[in-house]
Design a protein around this ligand. Structure first.
Ligand SMILES: [Zn+2]
Length: 440
């Protein structure tokens, strides 16, 4: 057990952040008390050795005032120290470490940095928004300083762990996790062909689009037009996930003029939902863009989905990755949901929250930890093809890199691949390559 003595003030924020760093990531137990006699975080080990972490952030702030532009970190410094197995970014404080006989002093404020990344208060402070009202990736500190490809909060936890080991903390105290893949699928278009004649419409459309590839020849190969619906790929996604389940997120009951509309009471939808339930797959919620800003609409859609399935729906992800910190999390919490998986940027893959495992979230406005957990989205199909215009090889290279980063921290590689991004002329090569690199 580690005993933490922290400076007074910002109690919920500090307790929450140590929970992330020590409990959630490292699996270490701790107690925390607050004392006027300290201006830094003192982590006292059972052998009485102490790791001292600087408090350069909360100690300077007045409790209760919100976060402003002035609170944002400056350009990061980097630890180049023997304890760091590679360079570790420092957002607040100095990249300095001092060793003494019974203690180590770290001049970087890893608590403030972790709070900054995991709560996403940065996104509420900065005014940039895209045409869908989303905070754009390019405005994020992590993207600006090349930190998006690294689960930085895990790096900070690892750095603390190495310091603790150096001070004589038992290696066996740490909980080991296994690396996992969480495959998810937002079902925007359950089927391409709801009526038989729509197959001909697909061919006609393809003939009119000879460039960049001859789409019509794709559809005429292997009896594709006469065979299974090309969006009915649920079995293939289940196979790709091997022994773990796939999270299939469905749009709820909405007015027909909303985009990606489908009727949950259609017999084919009933069949599909039952099929997935019987195979033990997760049925999640996919709120519309309108629901992202409207709690009543969110509730109506969720209720509609719950009526359509016998599965318990408590997880999901927003359509278009509409996410606004901390309001999205609070809305999910208030609706009784247990897990959201929206926190990834549409335009760039990577670690938006600096995390690569699911973790409890914190409302920085109400200053309260929530029951809700976030399973951060690391990559999705359309980011590569539509936003970044990456070819197949470039996409697979990036996916493998991000997967490797996640593996280094025994994380959960959360990947979104739409059921409609598989058997189409454009997507087929990407899917074929994906199934080769994501082998069981
Ligand atoms: Zn969607």
């Amino acid at each position: 057990m580690i005993q933490i003595i922290a400076p007074p003030g910002f109690l919920p924020e500090k307790a929450y952040t140590f929970r992330i760093l020590l409990e959630e990531i490292l699996g270490l137990h701790f107690t925390i008390t607050y004392s006027d006699t300290t201006t830094s975080y003192q982590l006292v080990l059972p052998n009485a050795h102490v790791l001292i972490l600087a408090d350069c952030f909360f100690g300077q702030k007045k409790e209760g005032e919100g976060y402003t532009f002035n609170d944002l970190p400056a350009e990061p410094g980097y630890f180049q120290h023997r304890i760091a197995h590679r360079s570790v970014p420092v957002l607040y404080g100095k990249p300095e470490l001092h060793h003494y006989e019974y203690s180590t002093t770290c001049e970087a404020d890893l608590v403030a940095a972790t709070f900054f990344m995991t709560t996403r208060w940065e996104e509420a402070v900065k005014p940039e928004r895209d045409q869908h009202g989303r905070f754009p990736a390019h405005a994020a500190y992590a993207a600006q300083y090349n930190l998006l490809d690294t689960p930085v909060v895990h790096e900070w936890a690892e750095f603390i762990w190495q310091c603790l080991l150096d001070l004589g903390y038992p290696e066996s105290a740490r909980t080991q996790r296994a690396y996992t893949v969480q495959l998810s699928c937002d079902v925007d278009h359950p089927f391409l062909w709801w009526q038989p004649w729509e197959r001909l419409r697909t061919l006609a459309g393809a003939v009119q689009r000879p460039y960049p590839i001859r789409e019509w020849s794709y559809w005429l190969q292997r009896n594709r037009l006469g065979g299974k619906d090309p969006f009915d790929t649920f079995d293939e996604l289940i196979r790709l996930a091997c022994t773990s389940t796939v999270q299939f997120n469905f749009l709820g009951q909405r007015p027909p003029h909303f985009d990606c509309w489908y009727d949950l009471s259609h017999p084919r939808m009933g069949q599909l939902l039952r099929y997935l339930e019987e195979r033990g797959q997760t049925i999640g919620f996919h709120p519309s863009r309108e629901a992202a800003l409207d709690r009543a609409q969110f509730d109506r859609e969720l209720e509609g989905l719950r009526r359509a399935t016998t599965a318990t729906v408590t997880t999901g992800r927003h359509h278009y990755l509409c996410f606004s910190a901390p309001d999205t999390w609070q809305m999910w919490e208030d609706a009784g949901m247990t897990m959201d998986s929206t926190a990834g940027y549409p335009e760039l893959p990577g670690f938006r929250t600096g995390m690569c495992i699911e973790y409890p979230v914190f409302n920085f406005r109400t200053r309260r930890p929530l029951q809700l957990r976030e399973q951060p989205l690391i990559a999705m199909d359309v980011t590569f093809l539509e936003y970044l215009k990456k070819d197949v090889a470039g996409t697979m290279n990036k996916l493998q890199y991000l997967r490797h980063q996640t593996q280094l921290h025994q994380g959960q590689f959360t990947l979104l691949w739409h059921n409609s991004s598989i058997h189409t002329p454009i997507w087929q090569p990407y899917w074929d390559a994906l199934t080769k690199i994501m082998v069981c």
